[in-house]
Design a protein around this ligand. Structure first.
Ligand code: PMP
Length: 306
């Protein structure tokens, strides 16, 4: 891991190696916390900007609200903290930003109303989540034996720490079986999302992605839909079954970390040309242009840090 100089902890910039918590931190035991995953990119004019900062911070606060944690900082304070953290860490070539809302030390037992709510924000340089090679040639997916936690059993629309047990189990299974990533179905058997990204496929020139019924409301998915519509592509949000993916013309994953990662194989079926498809490539280029400030229509989503 690429260490940075500081981690923001409850309003203070703490040296990276001192950013520690007590072993009786509530979240460590019972798993109620909320995270974000936000990214800053070097822009075309040589500066650096955080993409859709406000959307990510808003989702963090919404996740905390869903999981019954009162965050002691405002949206604006948290936005400013992320900008300051990147500046103080001199992360001007881009960074991954990981805000965390967690229940701290002082209360044990499940009833958490009196547990302190703490916030940390870390940032570091992090390369392509599913590999540079994956971005170019595509990755191999396994449909998971794990069901995506249904919204009757959890806070599926929260980027809740607890949701990542489900994701971790699916990811481990897929990687141990020789695949790169897991695709999870909902409790009705329809495709929900990957362990840490959203799913898209192309059929007959149309872009199709599942509804958010049993998924995180993804910020990158919204960007991709906007970019696709800018290109005049028809976009459909509807349920997808596993066998339909096998005969898709193209498929890809989207996420802040996954960016736009083509899928070349699912469960031993080759998808389309078996590499990055033409529509996937166009959307991938459009996404990287948007985050790098090359598309004037998307500059409004950039928060420059220098
Ligand atoms: N689903 C899950 C489970 C995720 O962890 C992520 C990554 N945050 C996504 C989807 C994609 O969301 P976003 O585009 O907002 O990063």
């Amino acid at each position: 891991m690429n260490k940075a100089k500081y981690i923001w902890m409850d309003g203070e910039l703490t040296p990276w190696d001192n950013a520690k918590v007590h072993v009786l931190t509530h979240t460590l035991h019972y798993g109620n916390g909320a995270i974000e995953g936000t990214k800053a990119y070097k822009t075309v004019d040589g500066r650096c900007a955080i993409f859709k900062l406000n959307e990510h911070t808003k989702r963090l606060l919404n996740s905390a609200k869903m999981t019954l944690m009162d965050v002691p900082f405002s949206l604006e304070e948290l936005n400013n903290a992320q900008v300051k953290l990147l500046q103080e860490n001199e992360l001007f070539d881009g960074a991954y930003i990981r805000p965390l809302v967690y229940l701290g030390y002082g209360v044990m037992g499940l009833y958490h109303k009196d547990a302190p709510v703490n916030v940390s924000i870390s940032a570091w340089e992090w390369g392509a989540y599913l590999g540079e090679e994956g971005l170019k040639k595509g990755i191999r997916l396994k449909i998971s034996s794990m069901t995506r936690t249904p919204n009757t059993s959890g806070m599926g629309k929260a980027k809740a720490v607890a949701n990542y047990l489900n994701s971790q189990m699916a990811k481990f299974e897929a990687v141990e079986a020789g695949y790169d990533e897991a695709l999870l179905r909902d409790d009705q058997g329809y495709i929900a999302e990957a362990s840490g990204a959203c799913f898209f496929m192309v059929r007959d020139g149309k872009l199709i992605s599942p509804p958010s019924d049993n998924t995180l409301e993804s910020i990158t998915q919204a960007t991709i839909i906007d970019l696709a519509q800018d290109m005049g592509l028809e976009v459909v949000r509807r349920r997808i079954t596993r066998e339909e993916i096998y005969i898709a013309d193209e498929a890809f994953l989207t996420g802040t970390a996954a960016e736009v990662t083509p899928i070349r194989e699912v469960d031993a079926r080759v998808i389309g040309c078996g590499s990055r498809g033409p529509i996937t490539e166009k959307l991938q280029t459009a996404y990287f242009d948007a985050v790098a400030g090359k598309n004037p229509d998307y500059i409004k989503h950039l928060t420059y840090i220098n």
